[in-house]
Design a protein around this ligand. Structure first.
Ligand code: 13P
Ligand code: SF4
Length: 341
């Protein structure tokens, strides 16, 4: 399909600033103001190309504000994006997130073209375990079902009985209907889940390289110095979670802020999250312990534009792996139907 919209036909700066005045005002408190005029031509080119291609752009909560607010049609946590991919009408989906998120979209919408702007956008949890490791664990614990976190490769998902995200891990584990479950690969999320249920978990030693860096001392410092409420992602260490007023997925954190409306909050999670939420909660002051995910940061306006222009990089998954992974992901979505996101 011929595409005739790109940066070779840029629009005048005042025309862009007029059309995107509302977006520029939204971005102003979130990104350095000098960057906004540099972002607008890319945002405009992506939005035009997106319309021409009939594409949908999905962005995880950890994407930078110019992507999250500027070009995304659907935003959310990994559960929300997986659900959206399963329900999406568009033939072309661009996932602004990490590789396992794009794979989940492809698994749930196999007939669609799913693009990721940078194939190297990985995840330390996903790379902590292989399909072979899962088979070895099953051999060591015969008869135990395997629940895998969404932050795994398609090959690992295909070896699993069910997938979960941080938003529904307890419900999925309990839905297996047994006393003991193998839970992979995030040790800290596993320990958090174990504290919320009577089901016993066999854990793996995977860690999120971003969340494992937070310390209980940093959390206490945010509370004591800034009188801030503490909201943490369950990929943090147990002693950090013990300090938190609320523990939840990226979407659940936003829902908690809406309910509680704290004057000050420290989000103990990837730091773009606070930038993205700040636009929604102007009367809350965000204290940012700033750990960025280097994998999420690989996605830029420039490579989103290139992905749409050149239809790259399409996610391909061998048919057998896709079938197995889809069965496990659909089991999660079944559980999710009766649970809040
Ligand atoms: P969510 O499931 O909360 O979106 O988290 C995904 C993730 O990668 C967190 O580090
Ligand atoms: Fe993976 Fe951690 Fe990055 Fe999330 S923040 S994508 S778990 S490395």
């Amino acid at each position: 399909m011929k595409v005739n919209v790109d940066l070779a036909t840029p629009r005048w700066r005042d025309e862009l600033e007029h059309e995107y005045a509302a977006l520029a005002a939204r971005l102003e408190p979130l990104v350095p103001c000098l960057e906004i005029p540099l972002h607008l031509p890319w945002i405009d080119a992506i939005n035009r190309l997106k319309r021409e291609r009939g594409a949908v752009i999905m962005a995880h909560s950890y994407q930078s504000p110019e992507i999250f607010h500027g070009v995304a049609d659907i935003t959310g946590d990994s559960l929300g994006l997986a659900r959206a991919a399963a329900e999406c009408d568009a033939e072309l989906i661009v996932v602004c997130g990490v590789h396992f998120m794009a794979e989940s979209a492809k698994i749930l919408a196999p007939e669609k073209t799913v693009l990721i702007p940078d194939l190297e956008a990985g995840c330390s949890l996903a790379s902590s375990i292989t399909a072979e490791d899962v088979r070895a664990l099953r051999a060591r614990h015969p008869g135990l079902p395997v629940v895998s976190y969404a932050n795994t490769s398609a090959a690992v998902k295909a070896e699993s009985d069910a997938i979960c995200t941080s938003a529904n891990a307890v419900q999925v584990v309990e839905s297996m209907g047994v006393e003991q479950v193998i839970f992979l690969p995030d040790e800290f999320l596993g320990r958090h889940v174990a504290s919320q249920t009577t089901v016993k978990l066999v854990l793996w030693h995977g860690r999120c390289e971003v969340h494992e860096k937070f310390t209980a001392q940093q959390a206490r410092h945010a509370r004591e110095q800034f009188d801030a409420a503490l909201v943490a992602h369950p990929e943090c260490a147990p002693e950090v979670l013990a300090e938190a007023d609320f523990v939840g997925s990226t979407t659940a954190m936003g829902a908690w802020l809406k309910r509680e409306q704290p004057a000050r909050v420290a989000l103990i999670t990837e730091c773009s999250m606070a930038d993205n939420l700040r636009a929604e909660f102007p009367s809350t002051q965000f204290i940012k312990p700033c750990n960025l995910c280097p994998h999420m940061q690989r996605i830029t306006l420039q490579n989103v534009h290139a992905a749409l222009r050149d239809l790259k990089h399409a996610i391909e998954i061998p048919a057998g792996v896709l079938r197995g992974a889809r069965r496990a992901l659909e089991r999660m979505l079944q559980v999710g139907r009766s649970e809040p996101g």
